[in-house]
Design a protein around this ligand. Structure first.
Ligand code: ZN
Length: 262
């Protein structure tokens, strides 16, 4: 089968191979350093958009509410109230937490199954597309949480999102951190690599390079690590030390970044 070599977000086709993960190859752009997944199989690439698994949100609702509560707490540190939009809202739990925290919040979700589940299980109405700037003008903040890495062309989405945010408004982006200790240590076995779903793998600097040209300035960052409870007890102390160091140095496995519109 013909090998597909798409170009980078910067337009360059020059790449170097970093490592393999199963049938996928993780490539780094030689021009800008952006890392991406490549697959030789066209059908596999369609899976990058992977339909959300609804059952996990219903079974682990409390855990997700806690996670999204942390996201909203981070939002609150920058933006106290106002019109907040969640892009890729899943079953609407983050929107619900935002409303509870006093925001005028709405969500967009491209998966019809998720939109139906949001209404059925949680009573939350979502707009059934990834984003539509005609439907949300003059917003104070937009959250794009663990969505950007799934989108084939994030620049199209970000351009529309930037248009809808007021001057001095905020964009909050949550993505796995390819620059984390664990990503660098585990490479193709890193828990958040998920090459069959993640098109792009961001570090803080490649995320900045993508977002800042749309008229933003980075104003905040917070990091998280995966729960280590699944590791054997004798490995936990070393992971505990690594985790503490990682969070202190911006090397945590997930990053949540605040950008302010100029
Ligand atoms: Zn590039």
């Amino acid at each position: 089968m013909e090998k597909i070599i798409p170009h980078c977000l910067c337009g360059s086709r020059k790449v170097k191979k970093l490592f393999s993960s199963g049938e996928y190859t993780i490539m780094e752009c030689l021009a800008c350093g952006q890392v991406r997944t490549e697959s030789s199989d066209k059908e596999k690439r369609k899976n990058f958009y992977g339909a959300a698994d609804i059952s996990v949100y219903i079974e682990k609702e409390a855990m997700f509410r806690q996670l999204f509560g942390h996201v909203i707490a981070f939002v609150k540190r920058n933006l106290a109230s106002g019109k907040l939009v969640d892009v890729g809202a899943g079953v609407g739990l983050l929107v619900n937490e935002a409303i509870k925290a006093g925001f005028d919040a709405i969500g967009f979700e491209p998966s019809k199954v998720s939109v139906v589940a949001a209404k059925k299980y949680f009573g939350i109405s979502l707009l059934s597309t990834l984003f539509d700037k005609r439907k949300v003008k003059s917003v104070d903040g937009v959250v794009i949480n663990h969505v950007l890495e799934h989108v084939e062309n994030p620049k199209i989405l970000l351009s529309d999102v930037a248009d809808s945010i007021l001057a001095n408004g905020y964009l909050f982006i949550g993505v796995p951190n390819f620059g984390s200790f664990m990503a660098q240590l585990k490479k193709g076995r890193w828990q958040s690599l998920i090459p069959d779903q993640h098109w792009w793998h961001f570090t803080l600097s490649t995320l900045d390079a993508l977002i800042i040209p749309f008229g933003f300035q980075r104003v905040g960052a917070t990091y998280e690590n995966h729960d280590r409870a699944m590791h054997p007890w004798w490995k936990r102390p070393i992971y505990g030390i690594l985790d503490t160091m990682a969070l202190a140095t911006g090397k945590g496995e997930a990053m949540l970044i605040a950008y302010k519109k100029l």
